[in-house]
Design a protein around this ligand. Structure first.
Ligand code: NDP
Length: 277
């Protein structure tokens, strides 16, 4: 089995489809894949941004690169997009579900519509795409599915309840998918980053409160993350938690959740005090 997964360690001429590929982590993953010789397909709603990323990929890889516009919350549009991939590009070797949105407000302040869109983009679309592409990968006898979770799916953070719930869902969905497809030579990798320097927080927390209270040193770059992810594709790696200390934090949280809640609440109360100064 590992022999088949191993073929993905070299990305040259491999077909890689990345949702959320128009910016941020998805775009960085696309660029790093192209740098390693992959044929990249970036998928999102904003065609201008997608085309800019695809052009950079083409230059870097010397291989074709594709920009496919698609709202991942629309299953019919996803089906059409996957048909187009089959006909115009070929069989997918690696799927990355990176499309995602956040909302850093208290539960009671979050508009209902925003919560359902967040569940649709972050969780349902990830499940639907993984399911459709896994079927094809089972037939071809190998592949990799990479789902972008979050540290927030492992450790509770005030003001991110609905977002964290979607990410906990992504992590557990991937854990079970991994078992179901293991015998078909398919790697399922969950990536749980701490804060990454992208547009994400500008949309999720326009006030800037959330980020202004996190130490700058906690933030990693999308390019750095992309390298780590690709270095783990084609191996038995099941989960990536970055920066490294976040793995220890979530392990401690599992052991002593009560103490974990107390500490997290204290930190955020302290931040609340600072905000009110
Ligand atoms: P960005 O805001 O930079 O990018 C989000 C991407 O998702 C864009 O390409 C956007 O494209 C796409 N997207 C959003 N909604 C849809 C939709 N309905 N259909 C198709 N594409 C959509 O965020 P990041 O790159 O930072 O986030 C990527 C993933 O990483 C997300 O799942 C996020 O939850 C996760 N993450 C991010 C962290 C961070 O600190 N940045 C930390 C931990 C996890 P478009 O608008 O063109 O459709």
């Amino acid at each position: 089995m590992l022999r088949r997964i191993k073929s993905l360690r070299k990305l040259k001429n491999k077909i890689v489809l990345i949702t959320g590929g128009s910016r941020g982590i998805g775009a960085a993953l696309a660029i790093e894949a192209a740098h390693r010789g992959a044929i990249v397909i970036v998928v999102a709603r904003n065609l201008d941004r997608l085309e800019r990323v695809a052009k950079r990929c083409l230059v870097l890889s010397g291989r074709p690169a594709f920009a496919f516009q698609c709202d991942v919350t629309d299953p019919d549009a996803v089906d059409k997009m996957l048909d187009k991939v089959r006909h115009e590009v070929g069989d997918i070797d690696v799927l990355i579900n990176s499309a995602g949105i956040g909302d850093m407000r208290e539960v009671v302040k979050q508009p209902r519509q925003r919560v359902s869109t967040m569940v649709n983009v972050n969780l349902l679309a990830t499940m639907y795409l993984s399911r459709s592409v896994a079927k094809e990968m089972m037939d071809q006898g190998y592949g990799a599915i990479i789902n972008i979770g979050s540290l927030a799916g492992k450790i509770p953070t005030p003001n991110a309840a609905a977002y964290s719930a979607t990410k906990a869902g992504v992590i557990q969905f991937s854990n079970i998918l991994r078992m179901e497809v293991a015998d078909y030579g398919i790697q399922v990798l969950t990536v749980n980053p701490g804060p990454v320097d992208t547009h994400f927080f500008k949309a999720a927390d326009p006030s800037g409160n959330y980020l202004s209270h996190l130490p700058k040193s906690m933030m990693i770059s999308a390019a750095q993350l992309a390298q780590t992810v690709w270095d783990n594709v084609g191996y038995k790696t099941r989960e990536i938690n970055v920066p490294g200390y976040t793995a220890i934090l979530s392990w401690i949280y599992q052991l002593i959740p009560g103490m974990g809640d107390w500490t997290i609440k204290k930190i955020f109360d302290f931040q609340q005090d600072k905000r009110n100064l």
